[in-house]
Design a protein around this ligand. Structure first.
Ligand SMILES: [Zn+2]
Length: 466
């Protein structure tokens, strides 16, 4: 069995089908896409712009509970940066229960769906009890994230994080004891999470090294080899070069800048996602772009932390792949994340449309910035998450996002400029309906469990902030 939809404007990698017919099987996979109505079949009509669901490539779900709670200074924190923020974050980690972890994740996962994201890569490092002991179920906290994703209907690529040191040649700090694993225990967790896939068809399992500060080269090598033995296709994520402080520490400890060290020692390729990669020199830009790895940009989080600005234009011109993550969830909006990337560069470079480049002289077609940014993020998100979505073509998962042509940002727009209208042209969220694997999870902007998820989140917040 399958369902056919007639979409007023259906996004394709080369333009739009207006209308487009898309057939999605009961297994959630796209069976057919066409500009003509299949003979003798009834199609449900959908008004507006149908685009693929986006994979958010970087999230620490629990940090949603901290967004907007650290926006002040005191005499003891007059100079505020990522490292002073981290102290506040650790204070929250110390109090998080498994119930809180699940409730916060469900809230932020639902928010992602409402903004047209249909999957998330969860960079998950709070593994153990507050005293550092393993839970009776060693995968307790991972299972809470899986439950939150299943409850809300969001695809999940879970990335258990190996976190073994508090800095290069430094033991873990007392506040980091919930994160620690031996490489063996870590690989056992990955193995356990693979066993959860049978009951969760939209679950993928990858691996993550917290950073070059948090694992030794030997640990990294052992973990990567073990993870590849479990799954040769596993996606590999790492935080890298987020701050100049981190770059200096890695240069002093390992003898090379962080991205250069990974290029020289880690075998970077398309299965890698380097999260942030903010501070790159010219040879790192060229090397990272040529490696085929994805740069995992988290624009609003990087802005709120005062990290610095990724060299987007140079990296894009070198052919580098990138996607977007919402990291600490100051935003869960696709448009807001992409807009700050483009508009931040416009402020810096004092010109417009900085990432788009015209076609060759004889090709007069317009190159649209909103479309270019969205499609880059779609491709990078899919590459980093391995969800099997990211395009409305046969064989991909049926993740369809309908943008409302009656929403303020899209009034008066046709297919030519609709993605510019969404990404760059307004503040209201135009996402009306969201389908994941052939099932509607958001209709008219609402999720059926929205109230229950909010109540559980409010209760978790009350516990964490009293
Ligand atoms: Zn992160």
């Amino acid at each position: 069995m399958s369902t056919i939809y007639q979409v007023e404007h259906l996004h394709q990698q080369r333009g739009w089908l207006s209308p487009g017919y898309i057939e999605i099987g009961d297994d959630g996979i796209i069976r057919a896409v066409s500009g003509t109505k299949p003979q003798g079949k009834i199609a449900e009509r959908l008004r507006g712009f149908g685009v693929p669901g986006l994979s958010n490539l970087h999230s620490h779900a629990f940090q949603r509970a901290l967004a907007g709670r650290t926006e002040f200074v005191t005499t003891s924190r007059a100079e505020d940066n990522l490292w002073t923020w981290r102290k506040e974050m650790y204070r929250m980690v110390d109090r998080l229960t498994p119930e809180d972890y699940e409730a916060i994740a469900a809230q932020v996962y639902l928010e992602m769906l409402q903004f047209g994201m249909t999957a998330v890569c969860e960079f998950h490092y709070v593994h153990h009890r507050p005293d550092g002991q393993t839970y009776a179920n060693p995968a307790e906290m991972s299972d809470r994230l899986i439950a939150a994703a299943a409850q809300t209907g969001l695809g999940l690529t879970i990335l258990p994080v190996l976190y073994a040191h508090g800095g290069i040649n430094k033991p873990l700090e007392e506040t980091q004891k919930r994160f620690a694993h031996s490489v063996d225990a870590y690989l056992k967790l990955i193995d356990t999470l693979h066993s959860r896939r049978a009951a969760n068809p939209n679950l993928r399992v990858g691996m993550a090294l917290h950073s070059l500060r948090a694992v030794t080269p030997d640990e990294a090598q052992a973990a990567l080899a073990g993870a590849k033995a479990i799954d040769p296709e596993a996606r590999l994520h790492i935080h890298v070069s987020e701050t100049t402080h981190e770059v200096a520490e890695v240069v002093a400890g390992l003898g090379a800048r962080p991205v250069q060290w990974l290029l020289d020692n880690a075998g970077l390729g398309p299965n890698w996602c380097l999260v942030h990669a903010t501070h790159l020199d010219a040879s790192e830009i060229a090397g990272l772009a040529a490696s085929g790895a994805v740069a995992g940009l988290c624009p609003l989080t990087e802005a709120t932390m005062g990290d610095g600005f990724f060299p987007l234009v140079e990296y894009h011109e070198a052919g580098g792949a990138f996607g977007i993550g919402t990291d600490s969830h100051y935003s869960t909006s696709t448009a807001e994340e992409l807009r700050i990337l483009e508009c931040g560069k416009r402020l810096e470079l004092r010109r417009r449309n900085v990432i788009a480049r015209p076609h060759k002289a004889h090709d007069k077609r317009e190159v649209h910035t909103g479309r270019l940014l969205f499609e880059a993020a779609l491709a990078g998100g899919e590459q980093a998450s391995a969800q099997g979505s990211g395009a409305l073509v046969v064989g991909k998962r049926g993740d369809l996002v309908m943008l409302d042509p009656d929403s303020n940002p899209l009034l008066g727009h046709g297919p030519n400029t609709a993605l510019d209208g969404w990404i760059l042209g307004g503040t209201q969220n135009p996402v009306r309906d969201v389908m994941v694997a052939g099932k509607w999870v958001i209709r008219d902007g609402r999720h059926p469990l929205e109230s229950a998820v909010r109540v559980a989140y409010q209760q978790a917040m009350a516990r964490l902030t009293n």
